[in-house]
Design a protein. Structure first.
Length: 573
């Protein structure tokens, strides 16, 4: 694998086609047009994964496709290999984009020690094995579960009561009479004596000699001779720290612990003692628990180049090994993270990516003004009363009637669900909202408003989406019915078309049987130059994973019921 110095950085712009990504150089100059729906960092091999039209591909530093956008996902490269997913399953590709595997797999992990974990569905049971760098099954799929290789060794589960340690050839080095064994690193393994969900976890060496009898709910991998332990207590999970001999060096009394490297840890104390799942304030300590700071941080990342990114809910900055703010490096308003990227510092603050020199000079940030034409523009406004509540909402400028413009902007602010909240009151959820221009033609502006509310402790949050259709001259917000002639049964016509799509198009096989009952009068929708789109909320007719099921209906299919003399149609034709 060739290692290159990375001089390009992914950067986003808000455009008339939504948020698009390109690449800047270290001077902040845009050297790659913002064509992508998303762009990832360039890797050491000089390749970057990009997304366009909901498919993923790979480009080189000249901006040329090594792999055209065609996959559902592409992993980062590891040992010169990446894992791609298409509708058939997972495959392995090399740095030239060639598929090495001869068949699709149910799962393929990243390469480590020249081996990649894979799984196959055999008689409705997943079995695991390993691929070599050429995509060959070097160790056949015959295990109930398996781990990645670490230092030339991997752990597999042979049957319901037996696990084993393998070398890279598949030879069994040691066998263990336990159903669950996990590699903790530094020559140690965790184990459970039974497969019961609440069975406790202990520690042994690779030969099977027990170092710590089962007593903990969970043990994380060792780092710098320390491992985080958890002791469950009702809905609480107190965290502590042990050394490689099993000795407790920090008692399990903290709401969270993070290993930071450089013999430092972040100790978390619950923001609200009776509701510990709502998060922690962190103090910096050494790896035996001596506090170096008070509990003042809301987030801390591991050390990198002798400093660590930290936030105190109002600012984001680097701290040194003493836990104090580092001098000579950027201090930014807002909550997020900082990371060294080549010659620059990448800041991800309040869901926006920007770049700074190491001296703190701003190199790049996403634009907050979207010109529509020489008359109209959309400005981005932000409401961010707390670190876990951030709303970006649109405001239009350039409308002739300022009273109408103010009413439109008030409505957009309301539709973005910008709500006044108490800065000091701990919420039961986190909330974020953003917007993009979906379509602009003539005097019709279609905005895409998106939001995500996550109830703390839930399996997942709930996304929201809305498309206001605004006449920039009159300020009117159009509804679906405004697109059609009076007294036309557009609801039935559109319902039947969607029903036929669900029935005949395998793309919509995910729709729940008998869940679709037709559309409503105020069905969520948006328009483009050539088609009408109708969509449903998550869970409404399909599983959560399906997102917002969306159906495209070309105008030529419904030409006879469109009101082509109406204000809505004429606003963009």
């Amino acid at each position: 694998m060739t290692h290159t110095t990375i001089n390009l950085y992914p950067a986003s712009l808000k455009t008339l086609d939504g948020t698009k990504w390109g690449y800047i150089n270290k001077k902040g100059e845009l050297v790659s047009k913002p064509l992508f729906d998303y762009a990832m960092d360039f890797q050491e091999n000089g390749l970057a994964v990009v997304e366009r039209y909901n498919k993923y591909g790979i480009i080189n530093e000249r901006g040329k496709y090594v792999v055209k956008p065609q996959f559902l996902s592409i992993s980062e490269f590891s040992e010169g290999r990446a894992v791609v997913l298409d509708y058939d399953g997972y495959h392995v590709i090399n740095e030239q984009g060639k598929i090495l595997t001869t068949k699709p797999y149910s799962f393929i992990g990243s390469y480590q020690d020249k081996r990649a974990l894979f799984s196959l569905n055999e008689n409705n049971q997943l079995l695991y094995g390993y691929l070599d760098l050429e995509g060959n099954e070097i160790i056949p799929a015959s295990f109930l579960s398996a781990s990645d290789f670490l230092n030339g060794q991997a752990i597999i589960q042979k049957d319901d009561q037996t696990s084993a340690l393998l070398n890279q050839s598949g030879q069994v080095l040691y066998t263990y009479p336990y159903p669950t064994v996990t590699n903790l690193g530094e020559g140690l393994l965790s184990f459970k004596e039974s497969s019961e969900f609440d069975a406790k976890v202990g520690v042994m060496d690779t030969k099977g000699t027990v170092i710590l009898s089962p007593r903990y709910t969970w043990i994380q991998p060792f780092k710098d001779r320390r491992a985080i332990i958890t002791v469950a207590e009702e809905y609480r999970n107190p965290y502590g720290l042990i050394d490689t001999k099993g000795n407790v060096v920090i008692q399990p009394i903290y709401n969270d612990i993070q290993l930071l490297g450089e013999t430092r840890v972040a100790l978390g104390k619950a923001i609200k003692e009776e509701e510990p799942y709502k998060g922690s304030y962190y103090a910096i300590a050494d790896n035996v628990g001596r506090l170096l700071t008070d509990f003042i941080y809301t987030s801390v990342l591991p050390f990198e180049e002798n400093v660590a990114s930290a936030s105190d809910s109002k600012r984001t900055f680097f701290i040194n090994k003493d836990g104090r703010q580092a001098t000579g490096l950027p201090v930014l308003k807002g909550s997020g993270t900082l990371a060294f990227e080549g010659d620059l510092i990448k800041a991800t603050i309040n869901q926006r990516v920007s770049y700074y020199s190491r001296e703190g000079k701003e190199i790049w940030k996403q634009n907050s003004v979207i010109p529509l034409n020489r008359h109209y523009l959309v400005k981005e406004k932000k409401y961010n009363p707390r670190e876990d509540y951030v709303v970006y909402y649109p405001q239009i400028e350039g409308m002739t009637n300022t009273t109408t413009q103010r009413k439109v902007n008030d409505q957009l602010k309301k539709m973005s669900q910008e709500q006044k909240i108490d800065n000091d009151e701990l919420q039961d959820y986190t909330y974020s909202a953003d917007f993009n221009v979906e379509f602009f033609k003539g005097i019709l502006l279609v905005l895409k408003l998106e939001a995500y509310q996550y109830p703390i402790g839930a399996a997942h949050g709930m996304p929201f989406k809305n498309y206001p259709h605004i006449n920039l001259k009159t300020g009117k917000f159009y509804q679906l019915e405004d697109l059609f002639k009076n007294n036309q049964e557009y609801i039935k016509v559109l319902s039947d078309i969607i029903g036929n799509q669900i029935k005949n198009d395998p793309t919509y096989s995910y729709v729940f049987p008998d869940a679709y009952k037709g559309i409503s009068k105020d069905q969520p929708f948006y328009v483009s130059s050539d088609a009408l789109y109708l969509y449903f909320a998550p869970y409404e007719i399909a599983p959560y994973a399906a997102g917002f099921p969306t159906f495209k209906i070309y105008y030529k299919e419904i030409s006879d019921i469109l009101n082509k003399q109406g204000e809505f149609w004429r606003s963009f034709h």
